[in-house]
Design a protein around this ligand. Structure first.
Ligand SMILES: Nc1ncnc2c1ncn2[C@@H]1O[C@H](COP(=O)(O)OP(=O)(O)OP(=O)(O)O)[C@@H](O)[C@H]1O
Ligand SMILES: Cc1ncc(CO)c(N)n1
Length: 446
């Protein structure tokens, strides 16, 4: 028995790695599905343009499908760029020999505006491929072409989805809302005679490869045995995250980030483990004299580009306090458990992205002197220099303070302190790439 599921993509290659086969394979991997490919066309492409297209001979496309289907087996497949009518006919003829579910992304034009399907091949797509589709995933413009009607609203999308299903014989159609006006990206599914809407807020981010990655995510989840509607639900979450976390590369439309889906949870788990261990070590060091009145926190942030808000930074819930003669963490390590120190580390990362961990300890002149003697780079900020408009803005003091302390010294600081203000306890912050490094610096001060 084969334990891993397989998904096949029949599509073109995007040398920029943002769309096409490359996006599909990354998406399959993000869902733990083994990816198979039948390349239809090689494009020279980047985030700005498609500069060359070389179609693969139709019999070679068919043979790629046959080779993997016969030996390995295909749990679900998708089509992307099919380029010309001959390839379309060859693909239709070959996939008919097998009974895997087929998701058809009717790719016509790239984000950059380049045609990826010959004008005269649209009819072939309708005639030969759509009748075989478990699901068709047109964007607004593709749906207009396939239905022959204008689409401006969700209501229009509903009519078009039904029309495409009824006229082509596709089992289900989802008209995607990325190009339809509005605050939300609403995708309209027509399936088994009824509608279902999939909604997500429109996010600022990277949209090269959204259609490919979305249909690949649906295909991967079909391969895993999800029902169609559940597969789409997961794919919708996946694509929304991928757009928001897009890789800022190239000079045109930047690509979706398919690995955010697995990287964020994996990193969170690693951070949780490392920080929990470090907090235990800190407790064992029992540095009673380092615990300030407000308590200590110890934080560790997700890496960039995932570190955006305090919820992306792990800390100790309830802080680390002094109980009699002992140092104890009040609660467990959790993401979002720190406010002040999380903001400090997020600001620090703007200047030194690898420095993701920090701890705050009680201020004393002696500790600051010791840090300097030990060769640590020490800087400070003075709350009395804080501009009025910063004081008035909720949560702005710490970012301002950390930034001014960083700018005060030529090297990257290890330690930043401030002397407090009315009702504000003075404090020392120690920064490091990870909790281990923070503890190593702290040991120098014991
Ligand atoms: N800015 C956005 N914010 C959130 N979701 C979006 C955004 N843009 C597109 N989407 C979603 O991404 C998915 C793909 O839709 P889109 O309409 O962008 O496909 P496409 O035009 O085929 O993409 P491609 O550029 O790869 O051809 C859909 O689920 C859509 O709702
Ligand atoms: C190869 C390829 N397939 C699909 C798309 C759709 O975005 C693209 N830009 N390039």
């Amino acid at each position: 028995m084969r334990l891993v599921k397989t998904a096949l993509t029949i599509a073109g290659s995007d040398s920029g790695g943002g769309a096409g086969i490359e996006a599909d394979l990354k998406t399959f991997t993000a869902f733990g599905v083994h990816g198979l490919v039948a390349i239809t066309s090689v494009t020279a492409q980047n985030t700005q343009a498609v500069t060359a297209i070389h179609d693969i001979p139709p019999d070679v496309v068919s043979e790629q499908i046959r080779a993997v289907a016969e030996d390995i087996g295909v749990d679900a497949a998708k089509t992307g760029m099919l380029s010309n009518a001959e390839i379309i006919k060859a693909v239709a003829k070959t996939v008919k020999n097998y009974d895997f579910p087929l998701v058809v992304d009717p790719v016509m034009i790239a984000k950059s505006g380049a045609p990826l399907l010959r004008e005269d091949a649209v009819d072939a797509l309708i005639k030969y491929i759509l009748p075989l589709a478990t699901l068709v995933t047109p964007n607004r413009f593709e749906a207009e072409k396939l239905s022959g009607m204008k689409i401006r609203t969700v209501e229009d999308a509903k009519i078009a989805a039904k029309k495409i299903a009824e006229e082509t014989g596709a089992k289900a159609v989802i008209v995607k809302g990325g190009h339809i006006e509005g605050e939300e990206a609403i995708d309209v599914l027509y399936h088994n005679g009824s509608y279902r809407l999939y909604r997500a807020p429109k996010v600022e981010g990277c949209t090269h490869g959204t259609g490919c990655s979305f249909s690949a995510a649906i295909t991967a989840n079909l391969a895993k045995g999800f029902g169609l509607e559940d597969a789409i639900e997961v794919a919708k979450k996946f694509i929304t995250l991928g757009i928001a976390m897009g890789h800022r590369i190239g000079h045109g439309h930047c690509p979706v980030n398919q690995s955010a889906w697995i990287e964020i949870p994996a990193e969170k788990w690693r951070i949780y483990e490392e920080l929990t261990r470090a907090v235990r070590e800190f407790e064992e060091m029992n540095p009673v004299k380092f615990i300030p009145e407000v308590g200590t926190n110890f934080v560790y942030s997700l890496p960039l580009p995932y570190a955006r808000t305090r919820d992306d930074v792990a800390g100790v819930k309830g802080r680390i306090v002094r109980v009699g003669n002992e140092v104890r963490a009040v609660g467990p390590v959790e993401f979002g458990a720190s406010d002040h120190l999380a903001r400090a580390v997020l600001t620090f990362m703007k200047f030194y992205p690898e420095y993701r961990s920090a701890i705050n300890i009680r201020y004393s002149e002696e500790t600051v002197r010791l840090a300097e003697e030990q060769g640590l780079v020490v800087s400070f900020y003075d709350r009395r220099e804080e501009p009025e408009e910063i004081k008035e803005r909720e949560g702005a003091t710490i970012p301002w303070g950390i930034e001014s302390a960083i700018k005060r010294v030529k090297q990257r600081p290890d330690v930043i302190y401030h002397l407090g203000d009315v009702g504000k306890e003075p404090m020392i912050l120690i920064f490091g790439r990870n909790p281990r490094e923070v503890l190593d610096k702290l040991r120098l001060l014991l």
